[in-house]
Design a protein. Structure first.
Length: 736
């Protein structure tokens, strides 16, 4: 790390939300650009920056600052320049001059320790005095807090986040209980708080540390692994490893958390399980609502009437339903709740269409799916309006909750949800709260897909119980039998190698032994060969690259860079925005990566609302480099304006991870198969990727990697209690 002694010349750009700054400084006669998350500086201030030199691909040599210290102005000219810089509200050039003339070199000390003397200056009354003192104190407190935090190795960006929240209490909070920041400040987890705590000398055996650490073990298991609980032994062992504490100390603090009801203990089978209290309550509520709904009485259409309508539908569509497909339609009409599962080509979409026809209540039926792409596909295949679940429930930004809930249920007689494998416990609870007891609920999904990104295993647990009405489709629908995508997906799911490069097929393989050559081939396929083959002009719209990994030559990050350069290269006079290491250009394909309930959107039909969600995919339609904003149009025709700070929720989407592709369907899927960590290169991940393609699959890599994935039936077990809770509530219901 290098040091740069400098004098501030000018602030070229500053984002007030995240404090990212581009500053021109003078150092030893040279004009230098300094970038980083920094507080506001005034022209003429002497600042010592610490950081590293960096060569930006567009803007050239820059100094990336990670620390700073400010030398208080000592000359009269320096003090006057600082006061008149605009940083202190209520002080302009003329007022700054009067203050310095009155107090001289003692000006800053007087403003700090005897601020009431400012009212001796002509033109400074009580109100203006209060404005000046408040602004000056805030500036001093922010810088002092940042310098304090930086002495403990805390980055400027994180320092600013902390000081914005606590203000002049920053030092007190950080010294007494930095773990409080986990609850107070988004983005600060246990590891960050623990590093800060150790830096300020907090005891390793502090109860704050031990109890927050135990809760962190469960929070991380939920966020990263999808668990809703962990066995007690696992909680203890992971906590011991994280906190470097003996078992008896961990068990004592775990018991304290259980007594405080921060955590809940319950037996799941023979296992003593430990839950975060909120997660435990959610799974119990979901189970109770599902069982109650399944026991409801549907409005009901006579079985004979349904059978006649099924026959009429078969004639109209020139198809013949299998026994299982017919059973699904008849059960849907006769049940308050039905779960339907099946792989590709088993007729789930056709069944939904027949249900809509047979029940004769299209205007009273609502369709929804977890993502915009899944909802759009559902609408295209049924001819019936479909929404994302979030849009269906109508999130209210002002109330910070969904409009439709227990007190205001969805106004429909029947609700059909597709892609249920993607629904986590949080969304499921919100959905069930919005379904009235009179509404028939039909839940459709593929149990062999990857589970939801969020915690829980909703579809899998519902199907395991045998308590809830369900139908499993296992016969490939005859119209799809000619598709190698469908047959190969089922072969993969059964542990058999896919049939590759068969004449007239829609499933191809290109053999390349090196990852570098595979990556280059993928770019050629997407930019030239496949658009010609598919006869399409918009490659990013029709062709999706899916990768099992984020890192590496064939990982998501590198392939996105390569594909962007090939499909949407930089052009002269083209506006673009650089955020971190990513360049965003007009026309880029992007994905939103975090649920943001507050982000405003406008639909092309004039409808307005808030909420953009993890997995939404769209294209950048305008870029304003001056204002550092861009607009994205999503698949469901919503336009969203992103300010600079909000770009942290966007990623390029020319290449997606297989997990992020769930719920989507693409004309063509290209996938690198070059090997990787066994925990990632699994059969169900391979199966999930293949089932995203509608017309064409191209695998690029080597046969050994394909064989390894097909043979690797490893599925990480998710610890969830929904199955047990459903069985429990069903037993209670039976005994009532």
């Amino acid at each position: 790390m290098e040091s740069l002694a400098s004098v501030i010349s000018d602030t070229v750009f500053r984002n007030e939300e995240n404090n990212y700054s581009v500053i021109q400084v003078r150092s030893e006669g040279d004009e230098i650009t300094v970038v980083g998350c920094l507080p506001a500086f005034s022209s003429g201030e002497s600042v010592l920056f610490e950081g590293d030199w960096d060569e930006h691909p567009i803007y050239g040599k820059q100094f990336k600052a990670v620390r700073f210290s400010v030398q208080t102005p000592s000359s009269l000219q320096g003090i006057e320049r600082y006061l008149s810089s605009g940083l202190i509200k209520g002080v302009g050039p003329s007022t700054a001059r009067l203050i310095v003339q009155e107090f001289g070199k003692e000006t800053l000390d007087i403003m700090m320790y005897q601020p009431e003397r400012l009212m001796e200056i002509p033109g400074i009354g009580r109100i203006r005095y209060q404005q000046i003192v408040s602004s000056f104190s805030e500036q001093v407190a922010t810088r002092r807090a940042m310098v304090f935090l930086q002495t403990y190795g805390i980055s400027p960006q994180l320092s600013l986040k902390i000081t914005k929240h606590y203000g002049d209490r920053t030092e007190q909070v950080v010294r007494s209980n930095p773990y409080q920041m986990i609850d107070d400040i988004e983005g600060i987890g246990f590891l960050t708080a623990d590093r800060i705590a150790q830096s300020v000398g907090l005891s390793f055996s502090s109860e704050f540390r031990l109890q927050y650490g135990i809760k962190y073990v469960l929070m991380e298991a939920s966020a990263a692994e999808g668990h809703t609980y962990l066995p007690k032994d696992t909680v203890v062992s992971r906590s011991c490893g994280l906190l470097s504490a003996p078992i008896e100390v961990i068990e004592t603090n775990l018991q304290a958390l259980l007594l405080k009801k921060d955590l809940i203990s319950a037996f799941i089978g023979d296992t003593e399980a430990v839950f975060l209290a909120g997660v435990y309550a959610i799974e119990r509520e979901i189970a109770a609502r599902l069982v109650r709904h399944a026991c409801g009485t549907p409005s009901g259409i006579q079985p004979d009437t349904i059978r006649k309508r099924i026959l009429t539908f078969e004639k109209q569509e020139a198809i013949k339903f299998s026994k299982k497909q017919r059973e699904a339609i008849e059960k849907a009409a006769a049940s308050s709740l039905l779960v339907v599962t099946g792989g590709p080509g088993t007729g789930k979409t056709t069944i939904i269409n027949c249900i809509l026809y047979a029940m004769m209540n299209r205007e009273q039926t609502m369709l929804a799916a977890p993502t915009g792409r899944a909802a759009k596909r559902m609408e295209e295949t049924t001819g019936h309006e479909a929404k994302t679940i979030h849009r269906l429930l109508e999130y209210s930004g002002e109330a910070e909750q969904f409009v439709h809930d227990t007190g205001n249920p969805l106004p429909c007689q029947c609700l059909i949800i597709d892609e249920m494998s993607m629904v986590d416990i949080y969304l499921m609870r919100s959905l069930l709260r919005a379904v009235s007891p009179e509404t028939q609920l039909i839940l459709v999904g593929d149990a062999d897909q990857l589970p939801s990104v969020g915690p829980g295993n909703i579809l899998g647990d519902m199907l395991r119980t045998q308590v809830l009405p369900q139908v499993r489709l296992n016969e490939i629908f005859r119209q799809e039998k000619m598709s190698a995508i469908v047959t190969n997906a089922h072969r993969i799911n059964h542990g058999e190698m896919p049939v590759l490069n068969q004449r007239g097929s829609d499933f191809f393989f290109e053999n390349h032994s090196s990852a570098d050559r595979a990556a280059q081939t993928i770019v050629q396929l997407c930019s030239r060969r496949l658009p010609d083959y598919l006869k399409v002009t918009d490659s990013p719209q029709n062709i999706q690259v899916l990768s099992p990994t984020k890192k590496g030559l064939c990982g998501v990050e590198n392939l996105n860079r390569m594909l962007q350069n090939a499909l949407n290269p930089r052009k002269s006079q083209q506006d673009e925005i650089i955020y971190g290491e990513t360049v965003y250009r007009l026309g880029d394909k992007v994905i939103h990566t975090r649920n943001n309930y507050q982000l405003a959107w406008t639909a092309q039909n004039g409808e307005e609302g808030t909420g953009v969600f993890n997995g939404d995919i769209g294209f950048i339609t305008c870029v304003n480099d001056d204002e550092k904003t861009l607009c994205v149009r999503y698949d469901d025709s919503r336009d969203v304006i992103y300010e600079y700070k909000q770009l942290e929720d966007l990623d390029l989407a020319y290449c997606l991870s297989v997990h992020k592709s769930q719920g989507g369907e693409f004309s063509a899927v290209v996938m690198p198969v070059v090997g990787g960590p066994p925990m990632l290169m699994t059969r169900n991940l391979f199966y999930t990727a293949m089932t995203r393609a509608r017309k064409l699959v191209v695998l690029v890599g080597n046969l050994n990697a394909i064989s390894s994935m097909v043979q690797n039936d490893y599925i990480t077990r998710r610890y969830t209690s929904l199955y047990d809770q459903i069985v429990l509530y069903a037993g209670i219901q039976d005994n009532v």
